[in-house]
Design a protein. Structure first.
Length: 366
């Protein structure tokens, strides 16, 4: 393909900076579309927070006389689960709204950075070719710097810390008392075994189930306590969650086996299923993924292989990059987080009201 002279010289500048393998061009008179590919970009902010993004593409539109048309556009063909769930293309690009957006070029916010002034100059007609090409050299360098920076001062669309620590996920780092009737998960009527009982029956059976389990827990000596101006759980949060959840599995299995009536068995099985919660274990803590995160991750995996862009004659398809290449989080079923909190609150409340601190209650022994 033969390019107009100025377009050819500008394209050569891109190839000189990024290498030929990372730059492509299409020409539809009077416009040329130059595409730049970054296989890996480390985006960093003023606080030294950083995130790695993969297979970022940028499209720049240039007229035959060398003028830039509009601002650069971006898209990506590779996402981590967390990045896709957050809709994160780059800190200064709007969130993905849906799976269909991954094939659409997205505009960016340039803030008040120097690249904005360079684009402003390149939008005008520049007769002096040397000055024109020097401005393009500057733009190419500024573009590369731009994609590697999250400017907190400029106000990102999405802060990279939101992606590193998803705001809709819950990392269990503390346990506090929350009444179990305050909403533990999905409506009970959609859980197998529970659709034929009334709301009143459900909460009555739920409260009875939790109270009976708490009695079992106290008599099993599983919990450990410490004293610091009152009784507190003498275990780490992770140890507490793991120990109580395992105790619930053991207790519920024994109770289930003791039932003789099929309906009672089905209801109790439904209760225990409703009280369970799937979590992932990451960096020493249990993490509850939001329903939105889980749906987004499923959508991402369902669309692996979807064609995103044609680059240098190759069809580039949607790919998933592991958030951590070496670690795949283990999945656990734990007792519902709010129930775990309620149990801790109820047990400690009972001990602190009914027992004299001088009695030195430790390790669950009364």
């Amino acid at each position: 393909m033969e390019l107009p002279e100025k377009i050819s010289k500008i394209y050569d500048l891109f190839k000189n900076y990024y290498t030929e393998e990372r730059v492509d061009i299409t020409f539809v008179d009077p416009y040329a579309y130059i595409i730049v590919h970054w296989p890996l970009v480390t985006v960093k902010n003023e606080n030294d927070d950083s995130i790695e993004i993969y297979d970022l593409f940028c499209k720049i539109c240039v007229r035959t006389e060398g003028r830039i048309v509009n601002r650069p556009l971006f898209l990506r063909s590779t996402y981590t689960e967390n990045q896709f769930a957050a809709g994160y293309i780059h800190s200064h690009i709007r969130r993905l709204g849906s799976i269909s957006d991954i094939v659409s070029w997205a505009g960016c916010c340039l803030g008040r950075g120097p690249i904005l002034g360079t684009i402003g100059e390149l939008e005008g007609l520049i007769q002096d070719e040397e000055r024109l090409l020097n401005l393009w050299v500057l733009f190419i360098w500024e573009l590369d710097k731009y994609v590697h920076v999250e400017s907190l001062d400029g106000g990102p669309y999405i802060r990279l810390t939101e992606v590193l620590n998803p705001r809709f996920n819950t990392t269990i780092k503390s346990i506090s008392g929350i009444p179990p009737s305050g909403g533990l998960g999905m409506p009970y009527k959609y859980t197998e075994g529970l659709h034929n009982i009334t709301c009143e029956e459900f909460y009555s059976k739920l409260n009875k189930c939790i109270k009976n389990f708490m009695k079992y827990l106290l008599h099993s000596n599983i919990l450990k306590f410490s004293y610091n101006q009152g009784y507190i759980i003498g275990m780490s949060v992770t140890e507490y969650v793991y120990a109580v959840s395992n105790a619930f599995i053991t207790w519920s299995n024994n109770v289930y086996k003791a039932f003789t009536d099929k309906k009672d068995k089905a209801v109790f099985k439904g209760l225990t299923k409703w009280l369970s919660q799937e979590v992932k274990f990451k960096e020493g803590y249990f993490v509850i993924e939001s329903d939105g995160t889980s749906r987004a991750v499923r959508t991402l995996h369902d669309n692996i292989g979807k064609e995103i862009i044609t680059f240098k004659g190759n069809k580039i398809k949607l790919r998933v990059q592991d958030d951590n290449k070496d670690i795949v989080p283990k999945v656990y079923n734990i007792l519902n987080y709010k129930v775990l909190s309620y149990i801790a609150y109820s047990v400690l409340n009972y001990l602190n009201i009914n027992y004299n601190p001088i009695k030195n209650i430790t390790n669950g022994n009364k």
